[in-house]
Design a protein around this ligand. Structure first.
Ligand SMILES: [Zn+2]
Length: 271
């Protein structure tokens, strides 16, 4: 009787992961996130990555909402992953030619804060963001996801320098301190317009089929998904399908080599 080769058996035994994330988390989207977490818990998904915006669209720092930060600390203690997600989550100006303007403004609805960011601005916003989340809110921050997954080269270099462990693109998880990328396709819906909602439900189903065998599959939820019943229903059906396919829930932090410590704060220049 022939034995399977070690390579075949290793592949068969490698756990296939499901990384669920909730984007654009701030005090105003807490209720949608809590509802999502409740539903996930009922399905057995007990750990997701929470993408927190320190000052959503220029609002007061989220650390000023004591109830919000206590809730987040409880979630972090329960195994959820805290990820810095931009600073304002809004871009002030997009420069360059027609393509740059199209990507920066139209594709992201003006949310591509790190798309064209320069090194000094990136460094300042990363430090201020970490100060709000780690220092003031007492949260263990491990990684950074740029709004709309758009990140300039200078911005990425500043994430590495700040000691952040990961960032993400639409198709991969970038292990910043190891210069390695994990392929990780994402299922995400668009809810900005009725036609986008219709197309994205078809697209997501197709994309899930294309990437059915991927070792890591990501499902990214946004607060607005919960304002549209058809989108929310599609979101839940994708989560259930991934679990039915035998995927194990994980966070971005769970995928980091060597179980690293949360990102340390750098000394800040005197104001
Ligand atoms: Zn976002």
């Amino acid at each position: 009787m022939s034995r399977p080769s070690s390579r075949t058996s290793a592949r068969a035994e490698a756990p296939r992961r499901l990384v669920v994330s909730f984007h654009d988390l701030h005090p105003g989207s807490r209720a949608a996130c809590a509802r999502f977490l409740d539903g996930l818990g009922a399905l057995g998904v007990d750990r997701i990555s929470l993408l927190v915006v320190p000052r959503w669209h220029g609002d007061a720092p989220c650390s000023e909402d004591a109830g919000f930060t206590a809730w987040l600390r409880g979630l972090a203690a329960a195994g959820h992953d805290i990820c810095l997600h931009g600073f304002f989550h809004r871009v002030e100006a997009v420069t360059g030619g027609a393509v740059n303007r199209l990507v920066g403004r139209h594709y992201t609805a003006g949310e591509g804060e790190y798309y064209q960011i320069d090194a000094a601005t990136a460094r300042d916003r990363i430090d201020r963001g970490l100060h709000i989340l780690a220092q003031e809110a007492g949260l263990p921050v491990m990684g950074f996801t740029p709004p709309a997954w758009l990140l300039s080269e200078a911005g990425r270099a500043e994430l590495v320098a700040a000691g952040l462990h990961y960032t993400t693109t639409f198709g991969a998880i970038d292990l910043l301190q190891h210069d390695r990328r994990l392929r990780a396709p994402t299922l995400v819906f668009s809810c900005r317009a009725a036609w986008r909602r219709g197309v994205s439900r078809i697209w997501v189903r197709f994309w899930a089929w294309v990437h059915a065998g991927a070792p890591i599959l990501r499902i990214a939820a946004h607060p607005c998904d919960f304002e549209h019943p058809a989108i929310e229903a599609s979101l839940w059906s994708r989560v259930r399908a991934a679990l039915a396919a035998g995927r194990t829930p994980a966070t971005y932090r769970d995928l980091l080599p060597g179980d690293p410590a949360p990102v340390p704060l750098r000394p800040r220049a005197a104001a």
